[in-house]
Ligand binder design. Structure first.
Ligand SMILES: [Zn+2]
Length: 386
């Protein structure tokens, strides 16, 4: 039995999650679909079983071809003919990334991945060996800036809070860009296309988007591929919400979990990463949101859907309606808090909120007591996992 162990390089949890998704995608296209993904600190280990991949240079896979094709389309500003979730994600990527030279570079290359750079000890030492990071000496030849959509922590002027002589000081990390090798950049970009879902908002001249990514603590490779398929089809409508900042991260996560069509295998343990990107004039700030226990949210949603199969539609419709949107945001937030705290008071508060929404705009989809009972039962679903 051939086995292959790959590591992500440990840039940060966001970029490494994208690199892991890119890696799992590209490897699956070479026939490697059996194995386990495990989190190690902010990095991942992917352990493949029965993997027949020979040679270290991967080319000619569907995702590499598509990435190359889309880059050519973006370069020639010809994006009207083919509308796919991947292409619209790349178009949004372009909006939230100040530079565009990567498009021409990737469009003119025969894209390939040297997977050997991520195997065994080389994978772990990869960051140092490829000259990646932030200092001027780390701008290794051919390395590319890790733009904000691929690393919400990597802004050129992002501030850090330091403890100096017992006092908190705000400081700059310096004005060097964080650079990574071409393989990391391409894998992260493929991970962005296949492993994330985006909720985009456009108001006047400004634009914002929530980015969601499933970040396993432990899951099988096929679990990750299933999540990729579910994430590639963003379906949340939110016409009632004008600004991304009007949607709290917790409500956004629960709305997203509510409409996601993905079975959660018992034993798989997932977290949900969320970051918000904005474009206001020439400014492109990014906001990292708390990491949420995705498995627990999905278990709670599964319990609600068990007693009320219309739940996803209910959430969709209310988020899309200007009249009902604030009520449903409050409800989603309260359900999130009830699930996380296990507090009976919050549970019945959520049930009361639901009853008042239904009384106003009906028809009822789920009696308040049934919601409370479903959430209470949901607590027992997967107590050992986040
Ligand atoms: Zn690299």
């Amino acid at each position: 039995m051939t086995s292959l162990i790959l590591y992500t390089p440990g840039h940060n949890i966001y970029t490494d999650t994208l690199i892991m998704h890119g890696m799992v995608r590209v490897m699956a296209e070479t026939g490697c679909t059996r194995g386990v993904v495990r989190r190690i600190g902010e990095a991942y280990m992917v352990q493949y079983r029965g993997c027949q991949q020979s040679g270290s240079d991967i080319r000619d896979t569907a995702s590499l071809h598509l990435l190359s094709l889309y880059m050519k389309m973006l370069m020639h500003k010809n994006t009207m003919d083919l509308e796919t979730p991947y292409l619209s994600k790349l178009r949004d990527f372009k909006v939230f990334c100040a530079a565009q030279n990567y498009i021409n570079r990737l469009a003119s290359e025969d894209l390939g991945i040297n997977i050997d750079k991520y195997s065994g000890a080389k994978g772990l030492n990869h960051r140092a060996s490829a000259g990646e990071g932030r200092s001027p000496s780390r701008g290794g030849k051919g390395n590319t800036t890790l733009y904000l959509p691929l690393c919400p922590l990597c802004g050129k002027y992002s501030t850090v809070t330091l403890l100096r002589a017992g006092e908190l000081v705000q400081g700059y990390r310096g004005n060097e860009q964080y650079k990574v090798c071409r393989d990391c950049f391409v894998l992260a970009l493929i991970g962005f296309m296949w492993g994330t879902s985006m909720l985009s908002f456009r108001t006047g001249g400004s634009q914002a988007a929530y980015v969601f990514a499933a970040a396993p603590l432990e899951a099988s490779v096929s679990d990750v591929l299933l999540f990729q398929r579910a994430f590639s089809d963003p379906k949340v409508t939110h016409n009632g919400i004008k600004l991304a900042s009007d949607l709290p991260a917790t409500a956004a996560a629960l709305a997203f979990a509510s409409i996601l069509d993905v079975p959660l295998r018992r034993g798989a343990s997932m977290e949900l990463l969320q970051w918000r990107l904005e474009k206001r004039g020439n400014q492109r700030p990014s906001f990292v949101q708390p990491v949420l226990p995705f498995s627990r949210l999905l278990a709670a949603v599964a319990s609600i859907r068990y007693v009320a199969p219309e739940w996803p539609l209910f959430v969709q419709r209310r988020l899309g309606s200007r009249d009902a949107v604030n009520d449903v945001i409050e409800l989603l937030d309260e359900i999130y808090n009830a699930v996380m705290s296990g507090s009976m008071e919050r549970l019945y508060n959520a049930a009361r909120l639901l009853a008042s929404i239904e009384a106003k705009s009906g028809p009822p989809i789920i009696p308040g007591e049934a919601l409370a009972a479903a959430l209470r039962a949901g607590e027992g679903h997967d107590p050992g996992h986040v």
